[in-house]
Design a protein around this ligand. Structure first.
Ligand code: ADP
Length: 402
């Protein structure tokens, strides 16, 4: 069987031979007929070798069906990607379907992405000119923040890329809140100091008793500012060193004894009990671990009931960890507060924390120190019974028995 182009070629050569024969019959000149025949066959061959003209471009092709790998490519992208043809969703990857629903394929874009700002951008004919991303709130969960980017393809379709910016937004929000909270915390003792300075300047300091009382308050407020500034500096130092693994070999038993003796001047020193076993050293930062111990033992002394024991224990846990715990018999912490206690300036009872000299940063510092040491931190508390705070730290790698 001849293919369609070859049969057309045979037909064309046949017609050329026929034309040459007709020429011969009409004017009886063999030479002219031969020239006509050769010329006609040559013309046929030129056309045949030139091949068929290219088919006209398909105007109905979409990016998704023209490129066989296109679907696979968008499927491989972890973030939601949609392809919009005219106003309908032509393709959507798994992330887009998980966010917006399996039903979105073929759906009108306004129904697929139910967000007024997104619909406005996607249906705007002038959109091709604008490459600026837009920000969407309320897509997916209420807390999620998305950045939507749109690019127009040569086919006229639009590729919609959604980027999850929730993390950035949360970090920004936390930074703003932190600066506002720190300023407020510093301004409170400062306002008090200024007030007493003015009162003394107005003559209230003439009475020795009043003067002594005012000076004591001023001294306490200044000390409070000092503690706050020290904690803020510690926190920023610990954060700056977050990704640098600590390098010292620290004997926790020794460090606990040292911290307990530093606290021996505090009013509740007599309630302090230690249950310390010999444990291998940990790989740590001595200054930061000392601060962790001060903060946790200090909290147990502050929030535990006077006259009840504050127990500090240390022992090995398995072959790779040491476990340090502080238990008090205080009022305890209602469970709903526990997950938030390591947030900066979060307190269960602000008035109580301030009156006990708290800065609201102690547990935030502890959390950062534990994270830098690749350890674990738990708070277990029962209201009316007391609180146990536990820190587990990895043993110095060189002493782990293999
Ligand atoms: P503060 O300087 O206020 O003590 P922390 O960050 O150390 O700040 O602790 C945060 C809050 O957690 C405290 O204000 C207090 O409400 C609560 N808290 C911490 N430790 C205890 C504890 N042992 N018992 C009861 N409440 C505690």
């Amino acid at each position: 069987m001849l293919s369609a182009p070859s049969s057309r070629l045979v037909l064309a050569i046949g017609l050329a031979v026929l034309a040459a024969l007709v020429g011969l019959l009409l004017n009886g000149d063999m030479q002219v007929a031969l020239v006509m025949l050769v010329g006609a066959i040559a013309a046929v061959l030129v056309v045949a070798i030139g091949g068929d003209p290219a088919p006209p471009p398909r105007t109905d092709a979409t990016a998704a069906d023209r490129e066989p790998g296109f679907g696979e490519v968008i499927e491989a992208i972890a973030e939601p990607v949609l392809v919009i043809a005219a106003t309908r969703v032509g393709a959507a990857n798994a992330a887009a379907r998980a966010l917006l629903g399996e039903h979105i394929l073929g759906e009108d874009v306004r129904l697929a992405i139910r967000h007024p700002a997104a619909a406005e951008r996607l249906l705007d004919p002038g959109e091709q000119l604008s490459a600026a991303p837009i920000h969407l709130v309320g897509l997916g969960t209420r807390e999620q923040r998305w950045e939507m980017r749109v690019r127009t393809l040569a086919t006229g379709e639009r590729v919609v890329h959604l980027i999850d910016r929730t993390g950035n937004y949360t970090a920004d929000r936390m930074r703003v809140d932190f600066v506002a909270n720190a300023s407020h915390e510093l301004r409170t003792p400062l306002a008090s100091l200024l007030g007493y300075v003015e009162t003394l300047a107005d003559g209230a300091g003439e009475e020795p008793e009043i003067r002594a009382r005012f000076l004591k308050i001023m001294h306490d407020e200044a000390r409070r500012m000092d503690r706050l500034i020290s904690d803020l500096i510690s926190l920023s130092r610990i954060e700056a060193e977050k990704y640098r693994a600590p390098a010292e070999s620290v004997q926790l038993a020794e460090l606990i004894q040292q911290v307990c003796s530093e606290l021996s001047g505090s009013p509740r020193a007599a309630d302090l009990l230690t249950e310390i076993e010999g444990v291998p050293p940990v790989r740590g930062d001595r200054t930061q671990l000392s601060q962790l111990l001060h903060n946790l033992i200090g909290n147990a002394m502050k929030y535990g009931r006077a006259g009840t024991p504050v127990t500090v224990s240390l022992r090995s846990e398995g072959d790779t960890m040491v476990r340090f715990a502080v238990t008090d018999q205080g009022e305890g912490i209602p469970p709903e507060h526990i997950p938030r206690l390591t947030e900066r300036f979060y307190r269960v009872d602000s008035g109580r924390s301030r009156s006990l000299g708290g800065t609201g940063l102690g547990l935030a510092i502890v959390k950062h120190v534990v994270e830098r040491h690749r350890g674990r931190f738990d708070i277990a508390s029962t209201v009316g019974v007391g609180t146990t705070v536990t820190v587990r730290l990895p043993i110095e790698p060189s002493v782990i028995k293999s």
